[in-house]
Ligand binder design. Sequence first.
Ligand SMILES: *[C@@H]1O[C@H](CO)[C@@H](O)[C@H](O)[C@H]1NC(C)=O
Ligand SMILES: *[C@@H]1O[C@H](CO)[C@@H](O)[C@H](O)[C@H]1NC(C)=O
Length: 499
Amino acid sequence: MGVSSRNHTTKACIPRSIFPYISILALFSLAVVVLFKVDDFIFRTKTVVGHNLEPTPWHLFPPKDVNEGPRYARASKIIQCSYLTCLRRSSYAVEQGPSRSSSPTSTCPSFFHWIHHDLEPWSRSRISFSTLMEARQLAAFRVVIVGGRLYVDFYYDCVQSRAMFTIWGFLQLLKRYPGLVPDVDLMFDCMDKPVVNKTEYELGTKGPPPPLFRYCTTSGHLDIPFPDWSFWGWPEVNIRPWVEEFKSIKQGSQDVIWRRKWPRAYWKGNPDVQSPIRTELLNCNDSRKWGAEILRQNWFEEAKGGFEQSKLSKQCNHRYKIYAEGYAWSVSLKYILSCGSLSLIISPQYEDFFSRGLVPKENYWPVSDIDLCRSIKFAVDWGNANPSQAEAIGKRGQIFMESLSMDRVYDYMYHLVSEYSKLQDFKPAPPSSAQEVCEESLLCFADAKLREFLESSTASSSLSLPCTLQPADHDLIESWIQKKRKIIGDVRMMEKKRA
Ligand SMILES: *[C@@H]1O[C@H](CO)[C@@H](O)[C@H](O)[C@H]1NC(C)=O
Ligand SMILES: *[C@@H]1O[C@H](CO)[C@@H](O)[C@H](O)[C@H]1NC(C)=O
């Protein structure tokens, strides 16, 4: 018995003494596998600041350095910001906001009519899921709003902090109108140039065009313009959120009265952005001959000097301010118009969501891109010969920008998103690869400077409903286009007569 018992014990002892090692080994391997999987998972997680994302292939830029730094720190940040932060919050939908029975509001500004125009390509076909998926190839990210929550599927990184500030804009829209923003599924490209060629889709040989949101379009494109990131701020060049920036520019514009403003045209910016018109503008840099001062903005130097020399509020001392498009549209348009000087707009190709509301000789002066310097000179001479008219047009430009308050920007976003959502013939649902993004999770990724800009551009929930959108009116838009063309034609005639 004893022996057998010992044998038995020994037999039993062997596994018992090895078992812990086996278990430890098993646990260890499991841990390694889990860690490896988690690690793999974390290092595949795409974020609003660009982790694990390549720059958009259609517009390359130097990749950001978010993937640098200790692996552990990066992983814990991604886990915390992307996976844990939004769990703690409630949906915007349950917060207090305007109710549908709130008092009736004002009619939207007339340029909101363009919302119908921009969505017209889908008015008959509507937007199917497969049409949406065609736009995926052209998008940097996909935004899905369901039940007042925002989900983002990231495809490519966007230059600087564009993605962050654009998505922040969507979050603020949800905050401003809790419970009002419908479920929606849309594709967004954050780079500059429109790509959906109108002519190609008008032939009728292709299906409906891919619905793609971006910051601008042209009359030859079907891209859907949406307010750009700079309304919430552009930290890289120290441009404050629109509310603050407008206020300070307007204040700065009052430093010098019209009579004392320098009777010349002024432009300061970056000419090295592959913009033929900006390159040509450099040739007009002659106060005597062309009445224009053209200055080069060196952002690198400005950043070093704390942006003291680039304060927009200090650039309103000329009677005329030139607007020249950059690589595509330029965010500078709104700051130029805000000065209350006479804006000399060089025949733009690109349109952002609000610029289509501008009327030549009403709130700006149209300058020709053909014989550019002479056209600028003509405008300057006209303004100096007709100072009260020039001042009035300048003032109306400023008033136009003042009326484009953030409230109106949110209203535009609201109506655009709402009208778009009515065209969807499928029920929006976030794909499994999308992540919920909430204010806190986005802030979680922001460094101190970004955070400061973001926090100073938060919206609060509105007590009233959005402005009332007028019904679609195709003829109205057509008549605006004709009217604009005629006024510009008249100015060209005036120039010719004098030449
Ligand atoms: C659209 O495509 C047509 C034909 O392919 C081309 O001639 C036209 O220039 C394109 N339009 C734009 C705005 O790129
Ligand atoms: C334009 O001319 C002024 C005065 O001659 C000069 O200081 C300035 O650097 C010139 N601008 C550019 C872009 O060369």
